[in-house]
Write a protein that binds this ligand. Structure first.
Ligand code: AMP
Ligand code: MG
Length: 418
């Protein structure tokens, strides 16, 4: 049997040969969640003109510095400039132009007095406060200069990035295409949910991994090729794997351990796979396969539902994010104070299902409850994985450990705390 690797070594081995999938051009409208494949720079100055950040009056600061409620300053109004119009008049000393937010600042003006500090006049205006003297002008090119980087390659496109791309005219963008990820579950005991009668009878269990792994892949914006459930039979398994050879990644679950019916490794080897990894010194999830089947990477996750999701989190997610062309592929860990005494039986890196919360002294973590690798509800309750290093077999409540945050769940809150 091949050597067992640490989590870090395993991660390095898995990711070292992985390249981003090829690119395609798509309309900006369809860009949400995709990964930009090339730097996009701005062909314009944005904003394209000096403009007002207030509804009010464009004036010269020198004319209004002495304005107050007691001694308002009256100025003739030259024109009204709406957003989308160009000014036609220069603001000469002791004149003003009425101006709306976003409208171009007329020549001669260096300030916009907010309308609330005036009488709101149309032909003549009274300025009643000097606080906006020299303010409220947003300079041309303040956001982006010509040639400035608007969005960098490798960025995942969210609402703000898409907005920036729109501002600089990137109607069509180059992104990595969606990786095609095949998902295969194996085990004679497994059925799909539509055969729940067999589960009720006590003969079978639902292949929950099919659902949780497909959801995990989909959540990452990859395209799922659902290979379903295959029996513990090398021939059937071989056939199923062969149907996926044109995918960008094959993820299997089950059959990677040392049981009498664990065929996954044999099947992959007989198909010519190069195995790079077979075991990782972690719990849950010690049996974990990785190899290359021709050009297609294969990630063999353990069958235990928690092990499958935890190993997906540690190895599958960064792998798919690398295929997607993302620049930062790992999730963040934070230091947390544990609330539980923890006593472990094996010198392995443990990833314990935990709920991270914040108290006045910072982040804390408490375990979700029993930690068996078949207890999928522990994963459903968790918003983080508490990382107990292999050399910390005893942890006391109050000790500081790392927690790997599991996405949006870990930062969701029932109250607005700003
Ligand atoms: P294996 O990795 O095949 O030895 O399976 C380990 C444990 O995980 C066994 O209890 C299996 O019944 C269970 N298991 C395997 N595959 C799945 C699956 N797709 N969904 C739910 N449980 C599974
Ligand atoms: Mg099995």
């Amino acid at each position: 049997m091949a050597a067992a690797f640490t989590v870090q070594e395993a991660s390095r081995r898995i990711l070292e040969g992985i390249r981003a999938v090829p690119t395609e051009s798509i309309p900006l409208r369809d860009a949400l969640g995709r990964v930009l494949a090339e730097d996009v720079t701005s062909p314009i100055e944005h904003p394209p003109w000096d403009n007002s950040s207030m509804d009010g009056y464009a004036v010269r600061a020198a004319d209004v510095v002495n304005a107050s409620a007691e001694r308002p300053i009256a100025l003739p109004v030259l024109e009204t400039i709406a957003a989308g119009q160009r000014p036609t008049r220069r603001v000469e000393p002791r004149t003003a132009s009425r101006i709306m937010t976003g409208a171009p600042i007329p020549d001669g003006a260096d300030s916009v007095i907010r309308v609330e500090d005036t009488d709101g006049g149309i032909a003549r205006v009274e300025i009643r406060d000097a606080r906006d003297a020299g303010r409220n002008v947003r300079p041309r090119g303040e956001d982006l200069q010509i040639g400035a980087l608007a969005v960098a390659r490798g960025e995942v496109l969210g609402p703000a990035q898409i907005g920036v791309l729109a501002s600089v005219g990137a109607a069509t963008i180059s992104v990595h295409r969606r990786p095609r990820v095949a998902v295969l579950s194996s085990g004679d005991e497994l059925v799909d949910v539509d055969q729940f009668d067999a589960v009720r009878r006590g003969d079978r269990i639902v292949s929950s991994n099919s659902y949780s792994l497909i959801a995990s892949v989909r959540e990452l914006g990859a395209e799922v090729v659902d290979l379903g459930i295959v029996a513990d039979d090398p021939n059937a398994y071989t056939e199923r794997v062969q149907s996926a050879l044109d995918c960008d990644l094959l993820i299997t679950s089950g059959g990677v351990s040392v049981g009498a019916f664990d065929f996954t490794k044999d099947v992959l080897t007989s198909l010519g796979a190069e195995l790079h990894l077979w075991r990782v010194r972690m719990r849950p999830g010690a049996p974990l396969g990785f190899g290359m089947l021709g050009k297609m990477p294969w990630l063999g996750l353990p069958g235990n539902p928690v092990s499958a999701l935890v190993t997906f989190e540690l190895f599958g997610r960064p792998l798919i994010r690398t295929l997607r062309g993302e620049r930062s592929v790992f999730r963040r860990t934070i230091d947390v104070r544990t609330r539980d005494d923890i006593s472990l039986a094996a010198p392995l890196t443990h990833f314990m299902r935990a709920i991270v919360d914040w108290d006045s002294n910072g982040p804390t973590a408490r375990l979700t409850g029993p930690q068996g690798s078949g207890l999928l509800t522990s994963m459903a309750l968790a918003n983080a994985l508490l990382v107990v290093p292999h050399d910390r077999m005893k942890v006391r409540a109050g000790d500081t450990l790392k927690a790997l945050l599991l996405g949006e769940r870990s930062i969701a809150s029932s109250s607005l705390d700003v």
